[in-house]
Write a protein that binds this ligand. Sequence first.
Ligand SMILES: Cc1ncc(COP(=O)(O)O)c(C=O)c1O
Length: 395
Amino acid sequence: MHSSDTLHSVTPFHYPTTKLPKVGTTIFSVMSQLAAQHGAINLSQGFPDFEGPEALRERVTYHMAHGANQYAPMTGMPSLREAIAEKVERLYGCQVDVETEVTVTSGATEAIFAAISAVVRAGDEVIVFDPCYDCYEPAIEINGGICRHLPLTLPEFNIDWQLLKSSLTPRTRMIIVNTPHNPSGATLSKADLDQLADLVRDTHILLLGDEVYEHIVFDDQPHNSLLTHAELAARSFVVSSFGKTYHTTGWKVGYCIAPAPLSVELRKVHQYLTFSTATPLQLAIADYMKKDPHYTNELPAFYQQKRDLFCALIRDSGFSFTPAKGTYFQLVDYSAVSDLDDVSFARWLTVEKGVAAIPVSVFCAEPNPSMKLVRFCFAKGADTLNQAGARLCQL
Ligand SMILES: Cc1ncc(COP(=O)(O)O)c(C=O)c1O
């Protein structure tokens, strides 16, 4: 092979057509790369630019130095599963069986893929709400399922219950709900959970609750987990991510809580997808949860302060917005600033003005052309937010 050859230029082989024709590189990688290339402040991809608790990171080093370097049990380290079970009982009043109903996964992404793969068969329909996080649809489609996109109603990003009702068919296998919601920050209320229960009662529809921002909810609102609603919990996979909670997105540790019969099926996939998740990370998180179980009580105030700072910084900009109810994202309407479509606007903002954002249309199967929204991540230090705010006010 010459140095200029690539593998496929010298191999006469007919490569298969793609199984995922709609999938390209995720927008989060694209925008982060563009931000790096142009030295822009990266408020696009959702990750903190500050460290998680030192005591937590020290426990990883400790466990690595003390021999915890082999495979963890397939379902997760017992101490971590116990800590998760204690947490959901304390916060959501939901008792789960540590052995049969809690599974530690390699990030929420793996849990979502495993849950969908475990139950969605060819021709099954799965309902998602747009704008929706981008990992659901490929997981549905690679399993032969059909992804049905229902728009959330603007400006509050609520579920249209009538539309959902009329969209259910005998083939509907699953509904995916994401609360607090990325990218809008909207949250489901108790009344929403009751509406959902009314719709799925007497059906075989399963639910997937993507609750990775469960601890990032503002203005003294509770997080209404599917686990708080016994009727819903009985048919749900509920997924969370320690990456969001402990500012450690790079560790990719998450979990899924599901009734034993659903967990059995989830684990059949998880077992051959990753088998298990990094042992020292699991042990460290378990130690930290035990040492400081109330850490999560402080998280809303921690992020609310960042949301309020960011909103104050852009109050006099040309953007209009309603402060997010949860997550570490703020949506803004830029229609008073530019006529560009949102993808072009996000690129322009990154390249020309030095602040990277995520266009919201990429989360929608059928973007509404009049929707002029971009998402900023405010999980950043005050200096970064101040600098970004100053640039955004100059538009
Ligand atoms: C709504 C939502 N679900 C799932 C994930 C994935 O979480 P993890 O990094 O733990 O795989 C993210 C990460 O950004 C997210 O925003």
